[in-house]
Design a protein around this ligand. Structure first.
Ligand code: ZN
Length: 246
C-alpha cells in the first residue's frame, strides 16, 4: 500500500511539474499586444476582428453627418451607487474595477457598470479633434452584451474630483460613486455601433459619447499620462454606419 501511495505521489509530482514547465514555456513565448512594436497595425495577429471588422471603434464623429436619435437607442442612466472599486494599472490603462455598479438602460435592457478606464488622448475624435483624456465606462448586460459610455475631458481651469481620486489611489481599493465621473449634461450624446478598441476588438458594442466635455487640470493630465500617454487606437473607417445624435 505504502509503495502504491509513493508511486502515485511521484506520478502526480511529475504531472504537476510537466504542467508547470509547459506554463513557463508558454509565458516566455507569449507576445502581448501593445501600442508600440505590437501596436494597432499588428492587432490582427491578436484578434482577427481587429483587422477584418467593418464596425470598429474608435471613430471620427463628423457632427454635420449625424442624424437624429432613434427612439430605441435612447439611453437612461442610473449610475449613482456607492460601491467598492479597485484601481489598477492593467498594463494598457489605469482601470477602475467596480464591485457593484449602477445601471443604464436602452430599449428595456439593463447594462451594469463593470469598470472604467482612461486613455491618454481621447480615442474618439469629434470633427477630427481629440480631447485630452477620455474615460470609457464599460457596461455589461445579463446576456453579456456590451455598452460603453465615453466621457471626454479637456485641460482647463478646474480639476476633476473623481479623476483625482483615481490618480491618488492606483493599487488601492476605495469607495466611490461612479456617477461623479459624469458631466452635468447626460441628455446629449452621440451613438453608434462599434467594437472594443483593444484586441480582440469584438463588435456589436453600443457606444455613447457624451457631448459635454469636462475640465481636468494640467497636473491631472500629466499625472495620468505618466502611466500611459499614447494608449489610444487610431480612428477606424465608419463604412456603412451612421452616427446618431441627441
Ligand atoms: Zn477604452
Amino acid at each position: 500500500m505504502k509503495t502504491l501511495f509513493l508511486a502515485l505521489s511521484i506520478v502526480s509530482l511529475l504531472v504537476a511539474d510537466a504542467y508547470a514547465s509547459e506554463a513557463k514555456h508558454e509565458a516566455s513565448h507569449e507576445v502581448h499586444w501593445n501600442y508600440d512594436a505590437h501596436g494597432p497595425a499588428h492587432w490582427g495577429e491578436f484578434g482577427e476582428t481587429c483587422q477584418a471588422g467593418k464596425a470598429q471603434s474608435p471613430i471620427n464623429i463628423i457632427t454635420k453627418e449625424t442624424r437624429g436619435i432613434d427612439q430605441t437607442d435612447i439611453l437612461t442612466l442610473r449610475e449613482s451607487v456607492k460601491t467598492k472599486a479597485s484601481i489598477a494599472d492593467n498594463g494598457h490603462a489605469i482601470q477602475v474595477n467596480i464591485d457593484n455598479g449602477g445601471k443604464v438602460n436602452v430599449d428595456g435592457v439593463d447594462y451594469t457598470l463593470v469598470q472604467f478606464h482612461f486613455h491618454g488622448l481621447s480615442e474618439e475624435q469629434i470633427n477630427g479633434k481629440h480631447s485630452d483624456l477620455v474615460a470609457h465606462m464599460v457596461h455589461k448586460s445579463a446576456f453579456g452584451s456590451l455598452l460603453v459610455i465615453a466621457v471626454l475631458f479637456d485641460e482647463g481651469k478646474t480639476s476633476h474630483p473623481m479623476v483625482q481620486t483615481v490618480i491618488g489611489n492606483v493599487g488601492k481599493t476605495v469607495e466611490i460613486n461612479p456617477a461623479t465621473l459624469l458631466p452635468k449634461d447626460i441628455e446629449h450624446y452621440y451613438h453608434f455601433m462599434g467594437s472594443l478598441t483593444t484586441p480582440p476588438c469584438s463588435e456589436n458594442v453600443k457606444w455613447y459619447v457624451l457631448k459635454e466635455v469636462q475640465s481636468v487640470s494640467k497636473e491631472q493630465v500629466t499625472a495620468l499620462r505618466k502611466f500611459y500617454d499614447h494608449n489610444y487606437r487610431p480612428v477606424q473607417p465608419l463604412n456603412t454606419r451612421v452616427v446618431e445624435s441627441k
